[in-house]
Design a protein around this ligand. Sequence first.
Ligand code: HEC
Length: 128
Amino acid sequence: MRVVISLLMATAISGSLSLLSGQTPITAKMVAAGGEVFAGDAGCKMCHGADAKGVKNMTGDMTDAEWRFATGGTLEALVKAIKQGVSSEKTGGLAMPAAGDKLTDEQVKAAAAYILSLGPKPAAKKAE
Ligand code: HEC
């Protein structure tokens, strides 16, 4: 049964299967776990909006084709930005807090996978 459910989920996000980035394939399981991290205590949702499309005067849209700090929009780049945060010198405003001490590596990776699953980014960029 579990397998069937995983397969169904994989099919549901098959549009995102091209999100194989670097050596780490993004799985439906990671995306599901990442959604929980995003909506959870780390507060991602609070600053980035429930749909990751940003909050006015605070954060940008993470579902469009532009990455301001996680350069290239790879899983690895997102992981780095989430773990280390982004200083206010770099953002020119509110800092992105480092989540590396609050979340496990697995949770950070899952959150990155979740965000990437929302947008067209890496695939769209590679296709150009
Ligand atoms: C206190 C507010 C705050 C919280 C909490 C927060 N962020 Fe951010 N985040 C920011 C700001 C501000 C930026 C820089 C501006 C931007 O890129 O929108 C940023 C940038 C990012 C970026 C890089 C975006 C880019 O365009 O390169 C990613 C990825 C990201 N955050 C993911 C997360 C995740 C995942 C969490 C939860 C673990 C989280 N953030 C929690 C405020 C926050």
